[in-house]
Design a protein around this ligand. Structure first.
Ligand code: NAP
Length: 321
């Protein structure tokens, strides 16, 4: 099959279309003919050779953890879906990629709601899973009035966390780069600029108490978030490895023994059907320009996800090389 791949670690320019062995759906999995795949920070770190998982990566490697497409193979033990179904989901994280190809095997998935475009659906899964897991860990739930601060909220995970938290009834204060206020307000948050002095800016809003905080960016705000919430136990970080030394939980997902947030896909799909959830997409790039997609995803400002359109690989168009 045709796939976006890299044969060596390096800058986005190492990405090129080439041939790769077709994967097949194992037990509990489905295979999809891929339409779209969102770019995640883990894809960038792996490609650059900057991930601790670098040594376990066999080259050439096909990047991409999120995908949307049409099921064409159903693995043993899978019920409730069939070839031809349109779905969105993610590969098994232990595979570290495989979505940027004609065919990809998904470990978890959900029916694609008509309300989400292919571009949105292919960019949703990691953000939804991660945000759901973090909100569960923070105890943000319906029927419990919570003011939640999300630091670094305009990117892939943050823009989804804002909406899922708002849907659970939380009042969400979300930070972004100056200029992103309209984007964050439209997602349902009270916007604030990120950076030092956050506590003062929160107080200036007239908010006397922040109950919980989610550090998405890992940009050094943990001490301030702990002060704002009044305790390290009220803060979760997704990206700051120093969290545990400060008593802050670092959420890493099911491979580190945490309950996953995959149940969030069905919730997000339901919210999308009711017009209460979308996946902000910053840009869409064809497969033969995957390098541009990685370059765009790797630099701010970010207003949602960057997506690679893989449909041309299956059509045998120019991108099929
Ligand atoms: N632990 C897990 O399970 C898990 C899962 C998924 C992702 N992650 C990690 O979580 C992080 C975020 O993922 P993502 O997909 O949302 O990344 P992303 O799309 O690249 O977004 C990063 C966000 O951080 C913002 N940011 C940059 N500098 C900041 C600062 N000084 N203060 C506050 N915010 C700042 C960015 O804004 P601008 O670029 O506009 O400045 C953007 O909104 C990444 O480090 C990723 O590796 C962890």
């Amino acid at each position: 099959m045709r796939a976006v791949r890299y044969e060596r670690f390096g800058p986005p320019g190492v990405l090129a279309i080439g041939c790769s062995p077709e994967p097949h759906a194992g037990r509990g999995e489905v295979r999809v003919a891929v339409r779209t795949s969102g770019v995640s920070p883990v894809d960038l770190a792996l490609r650059a050779g900057a991930s601790p998982s670098r040594d376990s990566l066999a080259l050439p490697h096909v990047p991409g953890v999120d995908a949307a497409g049409v099921i064409d193979e159903v693995g043993e033990g899978v019920a409730g879906c069939a070839a031809g179904d349109e779905v969105f989901g993610a590969v098994d994280v232990s595979r570290l990629g495989g979505a940027c190809a004609q065919f990809a095997v998904l470990a978890f998935w959900e029916a694609k709601p008509a309300a989400l475009s292919w571009e949105e659906a292919g960019a949703a899964a990691t953000g939804v899973e991660t945000a759901t897991r973090a909100l569960d860990l923070l105890g943000v739930r319906e029927g419990k009035a919570t003011t939640l601060l999300i630091d670094g909220a305009t990117g892939g995970v943050g823009s989804i966390a804002v909406q899922l938290a708002a849907a659970r009834g939380a009042r969400v204060v979300a930070t972004g780069r100056p200029g992103s206020e309209g984007f964050l307000s439209a997602l349902g948050a009270v916007p604030l600029p990120y950076g030092p002095g956050l506590a003062g800016r929160v107080r200036a809003l007239g908010i006397s108490r922040v109950d919980r905080a989610l550090d998405v960016a890992g940009a050094g705000a943990l001490d301030e978030l702990v002060r704002l919430t009044g305790g390290a136990e009220s803060v979760v970080t997704l990206a700051d490895a120093t969290g545990p030394s400060r008593g802050v939980r670092l959420s890493r997902g099911r491979f580190c023994g945490e309950p996953d947030g995959c149940h969030g896909l069905a919730v997000a799909a339901g919210l999308a059907e009711r017009g209460l959830f979308r996946v902000p997409v910053q840009g869409v790039h064809p497969a033969d320009r995957a390098a541009e997609a990685h370059a765009a995803a790797g630099t701010g400002p970010r207003l949602g996800k960057t997506v690679i359109d893989l449909a041309a690989l299956s059509r045998g168009g120019p991108a099929a090389g």
